[in-house]
Design a protein around this ligand. Structure first.
Ligand code: FES
Length: 157
């Protein structure tokens, strides 16, 4: 067991974790934060996306011990205009992917503002194609992609 301390949604949390425990399992099972979802548990769906020091990560691929001393934000700690925009634009159906979509979109907007390139040629402003490329790590099995893109455009525009 290793003792780690993380600031999670503004509160400092100390917990003992085995070295193989993922950040996702630590958040869900040790801290009771079930907003981040376990979809594939192998980095393919994005349902587990959280923010680590403001950058989006797949919590299922991260070991909790790697995040000792870091600041983690899950959907439970998010208060962002994107949340109302998702409601306005029907950016979800069943809602399972939504916590990850919103955390990912917040991280994506920060990456975009910091000038991090995507695979799509960056024109002025975020285009529909640019958003789809930058959000391609977050799957929605209901197919609410149009609403998700519209919600992000609403906030980013
Ligand atoms: Fe982490 Fe699917 S549960 S990417």
């Amino acid at each position: 067991m290793t003792e780690i301390r993380m600031k999670v949604n503004g509160s400092v949390e100390s917990l003992d974790v085995e070295p193989w425990v993922s950040l996702l399992d630590a958040l869900r099972e040790r801290l009771g934060l079930t907003g981040p979802k376990k979809g594939c548990d192998q980095g393919a769906c994005g349902a587990c996306t959280v923010l680590a020091d403001g950058m989006r990560i797949n919590a299922c691929l991260a070991l909790a011990v790697q995040y000792d001393g870091r600041e983690i934000t899950t959907i439970e700690g998010v208060a962002h205009p994107l949340q109302e925009a998702f409601v306005r634009h029907d950016g979800f159906q069943c809602g399972y992917c939504t916590p990850g979509q919103i955390c990912s979109a917040i991280g994506m907007l920060a990456e975009y503002e910091a000038g991090m390139p995507s695979a799509v040629t960056k024109a002025r402003g975020l285009s529909d194609a640019e958003i789809r490329e930058r959000m391609s790590g977050n799957l929605c099995r209901c197919g609410a992609y149009n609403g998700i893109v519209d919600a992000i455009l609403d906030v980013a525009g």
